[in-house]
Design a protein around this ligand. Structure first.
Ligand SMILES: C[S@@+](CC[C@H](N)C(=O)[O-])C[C@H]1O[C@@H](n2cnc3c(N)ncnc32)[C@H](O)[C@@H]1O
Length: 233
């Protein structure tokens, strides 16, 4: 991503665009300035293999948040775990601006950002390099003809399994019933993932280390949130 937010809005295209708008209102001056000052320091490199230990030497783990929105959840989790490296991917430019503000205000040193599609980033991560992959309230694409745009597809799940360490965790949360069923069906078919739920309360109750996201607060879906946690076998 370059220092010029307008130019940097060009998305990195995946196989099928899984997100909506990439820019809404003009960035606030302070956020725009952080694109020039902070982002160059913490941007995920645009090319080459991505080794978490090179990005943050000595990191005790690495979490990937896909579609961090305004970055509130990522910043809160990163603040709790200063030794863990957080990789965040988000094509929505205003979201990146908001995340930069949170990172700056909290003085976080353990977050690296990619202002675009997660999929090319995933491809550059080594096997078994992540402890967590978080997909929180992804764009629901509820109409049948749009469902091919959903981020969760067999290919994405296979990539999550490849990059997660054995014993690592994939967390998916949505407030759309159909997307929860869609993801569960595909994740249960995906070798290498084990659903952790034992009873209904397990998917209705937020996991102990969950932080409420901005989108979650909006309650735009057709059900209270459904929390699906899977272990990487
Ligand atoms: C409904 S919002 C939820 C944002 C945030 N997770 C929250 O809960 O507040 C979904 C976000 O996922 C992002 N997104 C969609 N497809 C993506 C992709 N392929 N890579 C990275 N982010 C993506 C969108 O730009 C959008 O900001």
């Amino acid at each position: 991503m370059t220092a010029d937010p307008a130019k940097s809005a060009a998305p990195t295209w995946g196989p099928m665009r899984s997100y909506g708008r990439i820019k809404s209102r003009t960035l606030k001056p302070r956020q725009a300035a952080l694109f020039d000052t902070l982002l160059p320091r913490i941007a995920i490199p645009e090319e080459g293999p991505l080794d978490p230990q090179v990005l943050m030497p000595g990191a005790t783990g690495c979490w990937l948040e896909v579609g961090f929105g305004g970055g509130e959840h990522m910043a809160a989790q990163a603040e709790e775990r200063p030794d863990v490296l957080f990789l965040g991917c988000e094509p929505f430019l205003n979201g990146v601006g908001s995340a930069l503000r949170h990172i700056d205000e909290r003085g976080l040193e353990n977050v690296r950002l990619h202002g675009g599609d997660v999929r090319p980033v995933l491809q550059r991560l080594p096997d078994a390099s992540l402890d967590r992959v978080l997909v929180l309230f992804p764009d629901p694409w509820p109409k049948a003809r749009h469902q091919k745009r959903r981020l969760v597809q067999a290919e994405t799940l296979a990539e999550f399994v490849r990059v997660l360490k054995p014993g690592g965790r994939f967390r998916f949360v949505t407030d759309w019933k159909d997307y929860a069923a869609w993801t569960l069906e595909r994740a249960l078919r995906q070798p290498g993932l084990k659903w952790l739920a034992g009873r209904a309360d397990d998917w209705r109750t937020p996991p102990a280390d969950h932080v409420t996201t901005r989108y979650e607060e909006k309650k735009l879906g057709d059900t209270p949130p459904i929390y699906l946690d899977f272990d990487r076998l």
